[in-house]
Design a protein around this ligand. Structure first.
Ligand code: ATP
Ligand code: MG
Length: 175
């Protein structure tokens, strides 16, 4: 990164709080994640990990504190935040009746990539996630691990600046 570029962290979380009724899921958490780095968050079931991911990806409003993605506030600028993030763990992005290749190409088109670019991006991702052999099979026929890899590939179609993975349950070698 050149010195003239903004140096705000990729993710900045300060005093983030969220309760569901009497359950305090987040009691004021703070952390910062530098650009180009990977942060893994471990905690027992119910610790609040998914709650934090949902807030950071603009799917849930916090009760207090703040969270910035590349300097943009998840509550005040949710659309801008959504433009630069990716989220895996939502297999809803995958359509079972389409092939792996079709799924990735259609997502590329939804992200306004030109047709040729969408096709190329799908091919790159199929190769990167070792799905070329299964590329022409419908996603319905994929094994659990293959479906998971397709989901992850789908989350990378738009080349997000910040990618959230909630329990990816797989080895992430090479990405
Ligand atoms: N929509 C909701 N309504 C009520 N309670 C909720 C809701 N979402 C989460 N909770 C509660 O908030 C707490 C944190 O849940 P969360 O899903 O964030 O945990 P987690 O760290 O992701 O757990 P796991 O490791 O099991 O995925 C739990 O007590 C959970 O029951
Ligand atoms: Mg969870």
């Amino acid at each position: 990164m050149s010195p003239s570029e903004p140096t705000e962290p990729a993710i900045l979380v300060e005093g983030l709080r969220k309760s569901f009724g009497s359950v305090q899921a987040l009691r004021g958490i703070d952390f910062a994640v530098e650009r180009g780095s990977v942060l893994g968050v471990l905690g027992p079931n119910g610790a609040g990990k998914t709650t934090a991911v949902r807030i950071l990806t603009t799917l849930l409003r916090p009760d207090g504190g703040r969270a910035l993605i590349e300097g943009m506030d998840v509550v005040r600028q949710p659309e801008a935040v959504r433009e630069i993030i990716g989220l895996a763990g939502q297999s809803a992005a995958i359509q079972d009746e389409l092939t792996g290749r079709e799924n990735l190409e259609i997502l590329g088109r939804l992200y306004h990539l030109p047709k040729a670019r969408a096709r190329l991006r799908a091919e790159e991702l199929l190769e990167r996630f070792d799905l070329l052999d299964a590329a022409n099979r419908t996603a319905r026929t994929y094994s659990g691990g293959m479906a998971r890899r397709l989901d992850l590939a789908a989350s990378l179609v738009a080349e997000p600046a910040v990618l959230f993975l909630d329990e990816p349950r797989m080895r992430l070698g090479g990405i």
